[in-house]
Write a protein that binds this ligand. Structure first.
Ligand code: PLP
Length: 384
């Protein structure tokens, strides 16, 4: 029996290999490897897909978040409210611009921030909120925007795991002030290397991000290099090869997201009678793109971490590779010791990190593989 991996990107590539390989060869032969038409075409198509005036390609999702904060002038002395239950890039960029991350707990139901606790965490130094559409599931943006508007805060959407997800008919990344995307290979729209994008409808933010991504360099019309630098920026360009691959994959994104949805519905049916786990639910008003299918192993007497980890190793013995995103919440990371958080301060976040287990999920996963996952899971529970 073959192992069932958490993600298998070769199945995506098989479908588009001819298109991708011929386009890449064309770029190799063109001698033009950075910028150019491949990048501007992709940016235009991506902005059209998300529904924003601008999409600005860059080097990674991390850089897109960093540049979003810089473009909003978030820096020294400012506080940014965010979640502790995410990949570290989300808070890393807050520290990198010189601001302070303020972690707020999740609500009792899922992986969304508790709105009351957001309100309670707002001070006169708070400048922005970074929300994360975690695992492909959109945050309730209506409630969030209402809080942000009331307190005059910027909203940055970390859409790294949610390209194509929707909240009340709008794509994530088009609702807050700025949207930040990652094209890391395992994301819903993934390149064959690193990449990212910033989306916005705001002219000033867009111009500033364009400056930042290329050393603060001012380009005149016709893209002539002036060697005049208006800002301290970074080198965060999107390669032409990545852009051309992403442009091809963008045309398949809805189909692949639909395949994830079908797979999620399949898991729902296959797993619904296992009483010891909670299955992920799509929030009303939102359309998830199922970057992860994350079950929760119920936390009785705080022993679920033991059961969860045991389950994970047993699954592995049966050839089913599951993942834990994220085993240690950000507020308890060694790097943030100085921020003063301790165990017990964000109870729902800590509970989530003990309970979560992400099952194999990717476009092209077969029904047989999903049946095998379900069978192994049931088998493991019986023999726990
Ligand atoms: C992947 C990810 C990022 C970072 O994206 P990179 O392209 O790897 O820099 C940021 N936030 C979240 C939630 C992510 O999952």
């Amino acid at each position: 029996m073959n192992n069932i991996p958490p993600v298998d990107l070769t199945r995506q590539h098989e479908i588009i290999s001819q298109e991708v390989e011929s386009q890449v060869i064309e770029i190799l032969r063109s001698g033009r490897y950075i910028g150019g038409k491949a990048v501007t075409d992709f940016e235009e198509n991506f902005a059209g897909y998300i529904g924003t005036k601008y999409a600005i390609g860059c080097n990674s999702g991390t850089d897109s978040l960093y540049m979003a904060l810089r473009a909003l002038d978030v820096g020294e002395g400012d506080e940014v409210i965010t979640t502790s239950f995410t990949f570290i890039a989300t808070s890393e960029v807050i520290v990198r611009v010189g601001a302070k991350p303020v972690f707020v707990d999740l609500d009792a139901n899922g992986f969304n921030l508790d709105l009351q606790q957001i309100t309670a965490a707002i001070t006169d130094r708070t400048k922005a909120i970074i929300v994360v559409h975690l695992f492909g599931q959109p945050v309730n943006m209506s409630d969030l925007i209402a809080i942000a508007q009331k307190h005059n805060l910027y909203v940055i959407e970390d859409c790294a795991q949610a390209t194509g997800a929707q909240w009340q008919g709008k794509k994530v990344g088009s609702i807050g002030d700025v949207g930040c995307f990652s094209f890391f290979p395992t994301k819903n729209l993934g390149g064959c290397g690193d990449g990212g994008a910033v989306t916005t409808n705001n002219d000033a933010i867009a111009s500033k991000v364009k400056l930042l991504r290329e050393h603060g360099l001012v380009r005149e019309t016709g893209a002539k290099v002036t060697y005049r630098h208006d800002l301290t920026g970074l080198n965060s360009r999107l390669d032409s090869i990545q852009a051309t691959i992403l442009d091809i994959k963008l045309r398949y994104l809805d189909t692949w997201n639909e395949q994830r949805r079908v797979a999620a519905n399949n898991y729902q049916k296959l797993l619904e009678n296992i009483t010891d786990i909670t299955l992920p639910q799509e929030v009303p008003g939102g359309v998830s793109v199922w970057n992860q299918y994350t079950i929760r192993v119920q936390d009785r007497n705080q022993d679920s971490i033991i059961i969860r980890d045991l389950l994970r190793s047993k699954l592995q013995q049966e050839g089913v590779i599951s993942m834990v995103y994220y085993p240690l919440p950000l507020h308890l990371q060694p790097v943030y010791q100085d921020l003063g958080y301790r165990v017990g301060m964000l109870l729902m976040t800590e509970k989530a990190s003990r309970e979560v287990l992400s099952l194999p999920m990717f476009p092209g996963i077969t029904c047989e593989e999903q049946q095998q996952v379900a069978y192994s899971l049931k088998d493991c529970f019986m023999n726990l």
